[in-house]
Design a protein around this ligand. Structure first.
Ligand code: ADP
Ligand code: TRP
Length: 325
């Protein structure tokens, strides 16, 4: 049976943290074997907020290196840059001409930006149409994204339907695949881990960063001999993610029956996180040394993506009347 087609993307806006990893990126790696997968670097989307060319350049390269370091294998999946495939912006324009302003004004991303009274550029307003083009050009069966992207996928499906109703069947409606919740990964203050709260641990953190993050996890003031609640406890939740079965059961036992202090539980967590992060960090450093290889991967992925997208775009141009031969 043919493999299901999958496409997803990450904006080039900064370093990923372990919330991003467990919430999204890890699942990309898990899905690359039994799907025909495309992973995009949404560099044009990043342009809505990143205005420094050297930062943008660095961010784009960093996402490519991150994808490779977590284990996306270019022999199995394609990694490509949005800006390498011109059809994305061309199709966005076509969608712009089918979409009304009041409809786009309902987007959470636009409303959030407006509420923060940021200057909302047209690119930010049009973000969902570019995302619809990203997806629909490739006819994917599924688009794995975090729950925060649900509305963007609804916009994508609506736009596909609008086009199909106006010009005839052209786009496949992608299935709404919201990533299985691993739950929200907490930051060291107990709130959702997020760059904007500054409570995060970078995925490729140094040993010092791991120590600093872990030792500052907020706990209550129970003594070592007290029984402790595992449910909703940030320190315990992180042990569940990073510790081996043996370490985890020792910590669970110490929580449920008393006998482990938070300080010791933190020291054990530091070791577990280091053991998890160190190989990833070393692999990333290795990959980063060979920039030419990274560029080759992007080049090859870009060409493969462009072929698929251009074929779709030819069909679109014909359907809308832009071909006159
Ligand atoms: P941030 O809040 O740090 O800016 P993003 O909004 O860029 O993170 O998140 C990108 C993706 O990473 C989301 O779609 C979501 O799937 C995942 N993600 C982010 N933070 C968490 C978290 N704390 N727990 C689980 N998943 C997360
Ligand atoms: N908007 C997505 C995010 O911020 C990134 C993205 C852009 C994307 N184009 C996409 C995700 C296409 C999936 C498919 O997370």
């Amino acid at each position: 049976m043919a493999k299901q087609k999958l496409l997803s993307g990450i904006q080039a806006t900064g370093k990923p943290h372990i919330g991003n990893y467990f919430g999204a990126m890890k699942q990309f790696v898990d899905m690359q074997d039994d799907h025909d997968a495309l992973f995009m670097i949404a560099d044009l989307h990043s342009l809505t907020t990143v205005k420094d060319p050297s930062v943008l350049r660095e961010n784009i390269l960093n996402v490519a290196i991150d994808y490779l370091a977590i284990g996306i294998d270019p022999n199995k999946a394609k990694i490509f840059r949005q800006s390498d495939v011109r059809s994305h912006t061309e199709l966005t324009w076509v969608f712009n001409c089918l979409t009304s302003m009041p409809y786009l004004m309902r987007a959470h991303s636009f409303k959030d930006a407006e509420a923060k009274s940021k200057e909302v550029n047209i690119g930010l307003f049009d973000y969902p149409m570019l995302m619809a083009a990203d997806i629909l050009l490739y006819d994917p069966d599924i688009v794995p994204v975090g729950a925060d992207q649900k509305q963007h996928l609804e916009f994508t499906r609506d736009t596909a339907e609008k086009f199909n109703n106006t010009y005839g069947e052209t786009f496949k409606l992608p299935e709404d695949k919201i990533l299985k919740s691993v739950g929200t990964i907490p930051g060291n203050d107990g709130r959702k881990m997020s760059k904007s709260y500054g409570n995060h641990l970078p995925l490729f953190a140094s040993d010092e960063e791991i120590e600093k993050f872990t030792m500052s996890i907020v706990t209550d003031s129970k003594a070592p001999e007290d029984k402790k609640e595992t449910e909703g406890d940030t320190l315990f939740r992180l042990h569940e993610l990073f510790s081996s079965e043996d370490v985890l059961s020792e910590v669970r036992n110490g929580y449920e029956n008393g006998g482990i202090g938070y300080g010791d539980a933190k020291k054990m967590l530091v070791e577990s996180i280091k053991a998890f992060v160190a190989p990833l960090r070393e692999k990333r450093a290795e990959i980063a040394k060979d920039k030419n290889h990274v560029l080759d991967v992007l080049d090859e992925g870009g060409k493969a993506a462009d072929e698929i997208a251009e074929e779709k775009m030819r069909d679109v141009r014909e359907k809308i009347g832009l071909n006159i031969s």
